[in-house]
Write a new protein. Sequence first.
Length: 383
Amino acid sequence: MGIYIHIPFCAKKCFYCDFLSAPADDETIKSYVEAIILEIKASHTETVVPVPTMFFGGGTPSIIDPTYISQIMEAVREQYEVESEAEITIECNPGTVSLKKLLAYKSAGINRISFGLQSADNIELRSIGRIHTYEQFQDSYEMARRAGFDNINIDLIAALPNQTTASWENTVRKVIDLEPEHISAYSLILEEGTKLYTVIEMERKNGMDRIPCEDNEREMYYLTNEMLGKAGYMHYEISNYSKPGYECRHNLSYWAPNHYIGFGIGAASYVNDVRYKNIEDINEYIKYLSQAEKIDLSKIQVEVNHLTIENKMEEFMFLGLRRIDGISIKDFYKRFGVRYDSIYGKQTKKFLEQELLVHSDDRIYLSQRGIDVSNSVMCEFLF
């Protein structure tokens, strides 16, 4: 099963971010890393558990001392069987890495870097509260190559305030020229409670809207598909593209869905058909793990959900349909012991007729039109 490590610290909260993250002092960071290591050790079972993928996410994992990353990696290896060819990713913000830090990651066994660029336009970056420039990103990217990383992802966000199709095209072109192995290109989602949401809603009340309209956003999406396809990138998930053989194995495991375990505040897990997440209060998390005589991990777990067969079918569909090649009918039968048509025949027939789904041999997947309205299609597969 895959392992996710949540590092919730960042230099400054971006205007659009609703993730569980915030700046913190050195003592809090130190105590938190010690708590994560205690959680990892307490998760030990007698059963040998192979780990094919790991992912350090945040927040900004690259702002903490790389020694902490090495200590966490060591703790995981003590408790789990990390496969020799495991994909191990760390998220990095441009401007927060150095060659020394990147070499330390490499030494710890990390072999994949994910840079949060978002845009190659410095004005657009400032509009969403990013603390780096495109030039700083270039420096960080080149350092990662010098450190020996040959598997790098670049995150992009489309439909930013005042963004035009031309400026988005420029961003995509600059990223293609760098030849990363993987590119994630998402559309901006205005999440309630974020600074950007508040500002945009206030502007809209005053008759102003800086967010590109839906038609422009879809134009950017089609342009992305076209440009990356011509550059040799495989479109394998609604928002993800890679060179052949460089798909993000960790995310593919989520979309399967396979089991995984998360460590740290707010981290989600899916183990033995049970979904749960950790508490989000960092002080409560640190206090319990550092003071408990005998750690009972259920004390820091909330939203515990024992999945029914129906829950698992739903997840198989709405996660699987995110992949460009969709779901396997044979795999559905293998997992659930029932024919696909007996459960989802009606919905599938409807969307095939509307040309929102495609049925080819063993696979059922979204058409291009289906991708445009993917949320509406996926909702129909919920019981």
